[in-house]
Design a protein around this ligand. Structure first.
Ligand SMILES: Nc1nc2c(ncn2[C@@H]2O[C@H](COP(=O)(O)OP(=O)(O)OP(=O)(O)O)[C@@H](O)[C@H]2O)c(=O)[nH]1
Ligand SMILES: [Mg+2]
Length: 271
C-alpha cells in the first residue's frame, strides 16, 4: 500500500491562529502557481481528487491540510507567480505564508515543486533564499517530467542539481510526474523519513519486525548522478548553513518582505 494512502482532507486555514495545534510534523508543498503541487499530493496519496487541481492558475487559495497519521500532515500552499492575483490577495498570502514558512515549529520540511520545463525561476530562487536559512530540508520535485524526453530529463536534473548546491545546503531533488505516476517511491522515501513514517513502511515491505531489514531508506536519495531507469532520481547534498537573508529578503508571494520579527499577519504567534 502506498505510504500516504490514508491521507484525508483535514482543514483549510486562512488565518495563522487557525493552524492545527495537534501537528507534530507537517510538510508544505510550495511552488509556482500551476506547477503541480495539488496534483503531486493527490498522486502521493493515490487519490484523484483529494486536493483541487485546475488548469487555471491560482486554484489553491489557502493552506489546505491533509492528515496522514496522528499529528502528521501534508500542507498544500497557494502558488506564487500568479500574475492575475490582485495585490491585496498577494499581500494577504505573504502575510500568511512568510511567518508560516519561517516560524511554524511543526513544519519539518518543504517540498518545492518546479515545472521541469522551467525550473529555478526567479521566484523559485526567492523561495529557496527565503526558506533555506531555516535549516529545514527542501526536497525539489521536478514536476511534469512526462513533458520531457529521457535525454532532456537527464540534462535538466543535472543542471538543476548543480545550481541547487549553490543555492541551498539542505536540498535534495528528483524528477516526478503525476500523469505517469513516476517518482512516487523516491518521494515516499524522502518524505516518509522526514515524517518518521518510513520505518513502518519498511517493516511492512519486508514483512518482518525488528530484523535489521527495517533500516531507513534515506540512502535512496543519495549520491545518484543521473535519473534512474524509471525516470526517478535523487540527490542529497551535505548540509551547509543556508545562504540568503531570510527575513528582510524578498518573498516570492508579494512585493514586500514582512517586517523584522516576522509579523504574523493576524497578530498571532506561530507555534
Ligand atoms: N502533463 C502533466 N500535467 C500535470 C502534471 N501535474 C499537474 N499537471 C497539470 O498541471 C495543471 C496544474 O496542476 P495543479 O496540481 O492544480 O497545480 P498547482 O501547483 O496546485 O496550482 P495552483 O493551486 O494554482 O498553485 C493541471 O492541469 C494538471 O493536470 C504532470 O505530472 N504531468
Ligand atoms: Mg493547487
Amino acid at each position: 500500500m502506498p505510504l500516504f494512502q490514508n491521507a484525508a482532507f483535514h482543514t483549510t486555514v486562512a488565518r495563522l491562529r487557525d493552524l492545527p495545534s495537534d501537528s507534530r510534523c507537517e510538510i508544505a508543498f510550495a511552488g509556482r502557481s500551476n506547477s503541480g503541487k495539488s496534483s503531486a499530493i493527490n498522486t502521493l496519496a493515490n487519490h484523484s481528487r483529494l486536493a483541487f487541481v485546475s488548469k487555471t492558475p491560482g486554484r489553491t487559495q489557502h493552506l489546505n491540510y491533509f492528515r496522514l497519521a496522528d499529528g502528521k500532515y501534508f500542507v498544500d500552499l497557494p502558488g506564487y507567480g500568479f500574475a492575475r492575483a490582485p495585490e491585496e490577495v498577494r499581500a494577504r498570502w505573504e502575510g500568511l505564508l512568510a511567518p508560516y514558512l519561517q516560524q511554524r515549529a511543526p513544519l519539518c520540511g518543504l517540498v518545492l515543486i518546479m515545472d521541469s520545463r522551467h525550473p529555478l525561476t526567479e521566484l523559485d530562487r526567492k523561495m529557496l533564499g527565503w526558506f533555506a536559512p531555516t535549516g529545514k530540508p527542501i526536497h525539489v520535485l521536478l514536476s511534469k517530467a512526462d513533458k520531457l524526453t529521457r535525454q532532456e530529463q537527464i540534462v535538466t536534473f543535472r543542471d538543476v542539481r548543480r545550481e541547487l548546491v549553490e543555492l541551498c545546503g539542505n536540498c535534495s531533488l528528483q524528477l516526478f510526474s503525476s500523469l505517469k505516476k513516476s517518482g512516487v517511491a523516491e518521494a515516499e522515501s524522502v518524505l516518509g523519513a522526514w515524517l518518521g513514517l518510513e520505518a513502518k513502511a519498511e517493516l511492512r515491505a519486508s514483512g518482518s519486525a525488528g530484523e535489521g531489514g527495517a533500516e531507513p531508506r534515506r540512502g535512496a536519495a543519495t549520491g545518484r548522478d543521473v535519473p534512474t531507469a524509471d525516470g526517478v532520481a535523487g540527490d542529497r547534498e551535505k548540509e551547509t548553513p543556508g545562504k540568503g537573508g531570510g527575513r528582510g529578503q524578498d518573498m516570492p508571494y508579494g512585493n514586500k518582505a514582512p517586517a523584522q520579527g516576522g509579523e504574523a499577519g493576524d497578530g498571532q504567534t506561530i507555534r
